[in-house]
Design a protein around this ligand. Sequence first.
Ligand SMILES: C[S@@+](CC[C@H](N)C(=O)[O-])C[C@H]1O[C@@H](n2cnc3c(N)ncnc32)[C@H](O)[C@@H]1O
Length: 203
Amino acid sequence: MGIDKERREDFSTQKYWQDRYTTTTDSSTFDWLITYTQLGPLIHALLSTYNAPRILNVGCGNSTLSRDLHDDGFSNLVSIDYAPSCIEQMRQRDPELEWEVQDATRMTYPDASFDAVVDKSTLDCLSTTHDDSARRYQDETLRVLKDTGVWIVVSYSGYREEGFGADWTVERHEVEVDSGGNEGGVHRPTVCMYVYILQKRER
Ligand SMILES: C[S@@+](CC[C@H](N)C(=O)[O-])C[C@H]1O[C@@H](n2cnc3c(N)ncnc32)[C@H](O)[C@@H]1O
């Protein structure tokens, strides 16, 4: 997200997202950072180690990720976003899937509800503030994950590790993404996105 300070801070407000999804009411989808074509092999291999894993997609937006996971065999899935306009749109678009308005920093799910929590650029948003929302989201993720669970964080930042703290073991993968070649004479090189695989440390 190559953006200036003012815009970056917008990404951490619920109003920004609520307005954004209110103005995009057509059937278009938008995937931040990376699509399932690029992400799928890594996620598939990881989630296949669980038996019918219960999955939480946090900050689902209007991306195709939940539908892609479902079609890839991972149908025990709930997708949340704190923008009601987003969830309303997704329920209409894809009523077969489970969608809920939830704030990731104070989820209503019981402890140890999920085998996997998937985050594509939601922690990126929460990390644009100087308040403690990213920390509260991490604590909530730790709480709702089973002890054997996994938190998959897809980010544009290769420097997230420092913020994860001592509760997790962290593996970082790089995924190369073609940013559009040299269309129109503008040089757009291959870039890297980062996938963090976090497991709870034994206490
Ligand atoms: C950068 S978008 C990513 C959307 C989608 N995951 C994707 O990959 O295209 C971040 C999403 O996180 C949601 N979000 C941000 N903070 C949140 C929070 N505290 N709780 C739930 N959703 C949140 C926003 O509404 C937005 O839809």
